[in-house]
Design a protein around this ligand. Sequence first.
Ligand code: SIN
Length: 318
Amino acid sequence: MTKVNTALSIGELKLANPVMVASGTFGFGEEYADLMDVNALGAVVTKGVSLEARRGNPPPRTIETPAGMLNSVGLENPGVEVFLRDKLPWLRKIKPAVIVNIFGSTIEEYGRLAQRLDGQEGIDALEVNISCPNVKQGGIAFGSDADLAYQVSAHVAKSCHLPVLVKCSPNVTDLVAIAKRVADAGVAGLTLINTLRGMAIDYRTGRPMLGNGIGGLSGPAIRPVAIRAVFEVCAAVDLPVVGCGGIVQWQDAVEFMRAGACAVQVGSATFRNPKTANGVLAGMTAFAAEQGLHSTQSLMVTAHAKSVPTGDRKEPGA
Ligand code: SIN
């Protein structure tokens, strides 16, 4: 069986493998320590952190849908100081890279957060959330305008020495145009995609089922949208892309890499089966070996190529 190298770099961010867990689906990591092999992940992306603590949106905050779930958590988090004091010490001890997802109401707040997290032992990168559909200020307001998306991204990149990923929203008319602007902001890569705006109404009462009315849809239902987004952005923008949206099994993750993603994030599938991300890495690696590939990165971009690349394949008889 071919030995498969799973390592990769996204700018200065070094990962042992391309399988991460998505922000908001994995708490601050410790919650899952007894439920799956955290140390087998490429990276843990934390729940979004803001300067001040946030109480989040009124319940109910999650609703199961036929092929996924709706959430409207509203970025509840304990604030950056509590994160540094109570959550980071555990994260420092794990093997995977630690990527802190950050969120602000103004461009200045994003910058102040990046400065506060910069240089903290145990933090390997930031993921800038400009795509949350569940808050009035910040979030998607920054991610749906190319100039604002550029300004936030550039300000965060200048405010710290950490590699920066920017998590973009699918709830826009032209994601490629936004990705192109963000690519000029000095960031390391993009995370595509956050949730799609959605809603559920109780047919008996006529009332919205989420406390906040509208929420974000995740799960297998959105995977074709995410694959299309990754495919189109990778064709147009020369920046590493982390694919996210509806991954349930390893084949889904390989599909993202075929679309051009260099890494993937497992999101709401973790709620149903906490070991999903572990299974995705094992399956992807075994598939690469079966294909005679020497690295999981060789699974990338074949959907863009006219023919399947052969450079990494074993020659017959080799
Ligand atoms: C939330 O906390 O409301 C979800 C986070 C997000 O969609 O970015």
